[in-house]
Design a protein around this ligand. Structure first.
Ligand SMILES: Nc1ncnc2c1ncn2[C@@H]1O[C@H](COP(=O)(O)OP(=O)(O)O)[C@@H](O)[C@H]1O
Ligand SMILES: [Mg+2]
Length: 583
């Protein structure tokens, strides 16, 4: 039922056209029955009884039926092909829109290869169903029932016996085939997905593969997935093949029976020659579709397996809902975490985290890798929802703020740099497409990216490769920073954005930010004490818990994690640096 509703929704705007085609298909599929009857008349009345006067009219009718059938055939196939393409286009757009609307949770749970399979192979199966399977099924069904009815109505009683044996047998075989083949198709789908995932990962990670010399290992992995796919595909074909001979043998049984029993009936004068010829065609018209049903059921099972996946995708709801209860037009920049606890799946990413930030403060978050620094940022931007506790922004619960406002006001220069295969200018302007070239260059200047960009062969118009291939880590970080700055956010977050920069460049950028973000809240995540020691508030995270917070001087006096890292980074010069910074 859910599927029928889904199919109907796909045909929206084309329903009349599609059902007209189906209707015409039903009518036109009856044409062979009429033609057969006319041929029988020619044999019996014209040839045997020499009734020549009806010959020409019959011939003209036969010719007209063939011509009309040809034209309708063309129109119908043109239309279903067209509707199929429209369905494909709509599904791809709907699917893509859905994927974009889903949050981090979805991408944590689904592999890129699986999503790619849904967006390509699965939706193509659904197109195939509209453009071929449904129509062919109805066409065959009409021919089959039409011929069967004529056979039963006009045939000798002896045919009932054989039909009573053959038809249930074929029906049973078709049913068994469909049941057996469905899990096979599901497996083919899974294996195709697996294969896609491996190919996609290998292309994305080609540098890692090469750097670690793991080509052989990756080749083997692919070989295995490839061969699993082959086996799955072969097995599903094998299942279909197993049933096909029985189906076609049933056809031979009927034809054989028709010739022998029909022949005797003609000799005894209980059947005319024309009837025998007509009956012979009817046997083909009954058994031909029966054979087709096997293939069509195959296709149908395949399409349904894909449809389930697509319906699941389209019904996936984002975990984060935009239910803005507070009418707020801007984010000021005050933050408060009250006893916030959060888990991704099983791990304790954050435990009872509490802190308070005032607008305009520069806040540092330090801690070892995996301590939960990026998680704090993910919760601020509401990419995930806290399990317990409260996150307040300007005194309002983060989930009561309009998501669009929230995310457009907070710019995060992310730890995992991602650049699109586009020009540098477009990459920088990604969050602010209306930015002028002047604005783009000034953002690049603050991020100290302008100098290296102008040295590139085509400056800001240089197209960078996938994920920014061809740029160094530090250059990519500076582009991401420029991109975040150009958004002109109320709150800026630098998540390890300066880790690949040298100390001087980092210092320059920090000074620029101090000047441009004087009144705005800035979060800085960094492993380097030198980048954070001037911050108004330093949060120290250890295993998802805040173990220390305060200013540099206080934390040094505390003698905890921060002081140890400081000692470690500045070594013997620690004391000296302290004197310098105080003096
Ligand atoms: N998307 C995710 N799914 C599951 N676990 C995650 C995810 N992101 C981070 N984690 C886990 O949560 C913990 C905190 O991660 P994170 O905040 O990224 O640390 P940090 O930024 O300090 O290096 C780590 O144990 C990490 O493995
Ligand atoms: Mg991180």
């Amino acid at each position: 039922m859910k599927k029928i509703k889904f199919f109907m929704s796909l045909l929206k705007g084309h329903r009349v056209r599609y059902f007209t085609v189906i209707f015409l298909g039903i009518i036109i599929s009856m044409a062979p029955l009429v033609s057969n009857y006319l041929i029988k008349t020619i044999i019996d009345d014209v040839i045997c009884w020499h009734n020549y006067s009806i010959f020409m009219p019959i011939l003209i009718t036969l010719f007209s039926i063939t011509l009309i059938r040809m034209l309708v055939w063309y129109y119908n196939h043109y239309t279903i092909d067209y509707v199929g393409q429209v369905v494909l286009l709509n599904l791809r757009q709907q699917g893509y829109k859905k994927i974009l609307s889903l949050d981090f949770d979805f991408f944590d749970k689904n592999r890129t290869g699986d999503i790619m399979t849904q967006m390509t192979a699965d939706i193509d199966f659904i197109r195939h169903m509209f453009a071929y399977v449904i129509y062919a099924f109805i066409e065959n069904f009409v021919i089959f029932t039409g011929a069967l009815i004529v056979m039963l109505a006009t045939g000798h009683k002896s045919f009932y016996v054989i039909l009573a044996i053959v038809l249930p047998t074929v029906g049973y075989l078709g049913y068994k085939l469909a049941n057996e083949v469905r899990p096979c198709f599901r497996r083919v789908r899974e294996m195709r997905s697996e294969l896609n995932t491996i190919v996609q990962e290998n292309i994305s990670a080609n540098r890692v593969v090469k750097a670690f010399g793991r080509e052989d290992f990756e080749n083997e992995k692919l070989e295995e997935a490839n061969s699993n796919f082959k086996h799955a595909q072969f097995h599903s074909n094998e299942v279909s093949r197993k049933y096909m001979p029985y189906m076609s043998n049933m056809q031979s049984v009927l034809i054989f029976y028709n010739i022998i029993v029909g022949g005797i009936l003609v000799i005894n004068g209980n059947m005319t020659m024309g009837q025998l010829v007509m009956f012979n065609s009817m046997v083909w018209m009954v058994t031909g579709p029966l054979g087709q049903f096997g293939f069509l059921l195959n296709d149908f099972a395949n399409c349904l397996a894909s449809t389930e996946k697509i319906i699941d995708l389209l019904h996936t709801e984002p975990v984060i809902k935009n239910i803005a209860k507070i009418n707020k037009t801007a984010i000021n920049g005050d933050f408060e975490f009250k006893n916030v606890t959060f888990d991704y799946k099983s791990e304790g990413a954050l435990r009872n985290v509490s802190f308070k930030v005032k607008k305009g403060q520069k806040v540092a978050i330090v801690g070892s890798t995996g301590s939960g620094k990026s998680t704090v940022i993910n919760l601020i931007s509401r990419f995930y929802e806290a399990d317990s506790g409260e996150i307040l922004i300007d005194g309002v619960n983060v989930s009561d703020i309009d998501l669009e406002l929230l995310r457009s006001s907070i710019a995060v220069a992310q730890q995992d740099v991602f650049l699109f295969s586009e020009t540098i200018a477009k990459n920088i302007a990604y969050g602010n497409t209306s930015a002028t070239m002047d604005e783009i260059t000034s953002a690049a200047k603050i991020a100290k990216a302008h100098d290296f960009i102008t040295k590139l062969p085509e400056g800001y118009e240089t197209i960078i490769g996938e994920r920014g291939m061809g740029l160094s880590g530090g250059q990519k970080q500076r582009l991401t920073l420029a991109r975040a700055l150009l958004k002109k956010p109320s709150v800026l977050v630098l998540d390890d954005t300066t880790s690949a920069l040298d100390a001087n460049t980092e210092k320059y950028i920090q000074q620029q930010l101090k000047c441009y973000f004087k009144d705005k809240t800035v979060f800085i995540i960094s492993q380097r004490i030198s980048s954070v020691k001037d911050c108004d508030l330093i949060l120290v995270l250890e295993d998802g818990k805040i173990t220390e917070q305060g200013r540099h001087g206080e934390l040094i006096q505390n003698g905890g994690y921060y002081a140890r890292v400081y000692e470690h980074q500045f070594g013997d010069f620690a004391g000296l640096a302290e004197v310098n910074s105080n003096g």
